[in-house]
Design a protein around this ligand. Structure first.
Ligand code: ADP
Ligand code: MG
Length: 247
């Protein structure tokens, strides 16, 4: 990907996975310009668990989609290691998403006609060094649900299948947009436990979007967004376990 980018930027600190510099995003809707991001500067570090917190419309999904190569900024730079994602071609972004990024969304997007194991296998079949579907589902504590279809699983179990699918290719980064948004608090905690486990056991750099401030306590760092700006960044001295969160 964009080799020339390496000569145009200072070498990154070893631990930096993403270096976001002065990123703006403007959606042009006919006559109206929507300023979704207004100058974002942010570094994310290897193995870190970050929570992106902010009200609806503050720009969280736009930022996450740009990090994941699903969208591109209007201005500014996003480095993934030494690669400038803002200069990457469509093909390079596709490769980037396929081999480096796992996504988890609010709605699980499982294929209804496939079992849990088969839903995960869809991804492991095109990955470079995948874990087995059984291993991925074991990591989210669904070893006893391998042959269940989505309709035979609870919402929280379906979301854990989606997490297993996202992590089975052993991505470097896991990007989660409101992963507990459709779940009650009890079920949400089990899903967060799965994310925490993946982060701690595989060392996957993890960013989780939420508008639920309670979840912030399980993160290493909390990035607050408002109106397209980062307004505050907090480092937690200690991370709480998901079951200790006040929801
Ligand atoms: P959040 O995830 O924090 O709720 P978003 O990043 O989805 O916020 O949206 C930020 C702003 O950008 C909102 O005002 C939203 O309406 C606008 N927006 C997001 N995506 C699009 C799009 N594809 N086209 C036009 N406007 C968009
Ligand atoms: Mg959003």
């Amino acid at each position: 990907m964009a080799q020339q980018a390496q000569h145009e930027h200072e070498p990154l600190n070893e631990g930096v996975v993403f270096h976001v510099h002065d990123v703006t995003k403007v959606y042009q809707m006919g006559e109206v310009a929507v300023h979704a991001l207004r100058g974002i500067d942010l570094d994310l570090f290897r193995g870190e668990f970050t929570v992106l917190l902010g009200a609806s419309g503050s720009g969280k999904s736009t930022l996450l989609n740009i990090l994941g190569g699903l969208d591109t900024p209007t201005d500014g730079h996003v480095l993934y290691g030494s690669r400038d994602l803002t200069r990457a071609s469509e093909h390079e972004l596709t490769e980037y998403r396929r081999f480096h990024v796992g996504f988890v969304f609010q709605f699980y997007n499982l294929i209804p006609s496939l079992t849990a194991r088969e839903n995960v296998a869809v991804v492991t079949e095109i990955a470079r060094e995948p874990m087995s579907p059984e291993e991925a589902l074991g990591l989210v504590e669904l070893a006893d649900r391998l042959d269940h279809f989505p309709a035979q699983l609870s919402g929280g179990e379906q979301q854990r299948v989606a997490i297993a699918r996202a992590i089975a290719k052993q991505p470097d980064v896991l990007l989660c947009d409101e992963p507990t948004g459709a779940l009650d608090s009890q079920t949400g905690i089990v899903v967060l436990e799965a994310l925490q486990r993946v982060n701690q056991e595989m060392g996957t750099t993890t960013a989780v979007i939420t508008h639920n401030a309670g979840i912030a306590q399980m993160a290493d760092r909390v990035i607050h967004l408002a109106d397209g700006h980062i307004t505050e960044v907090n480092t937690n001295a200690t991370r709480l376990e998901p079951h200790e969160l006040t929801w």
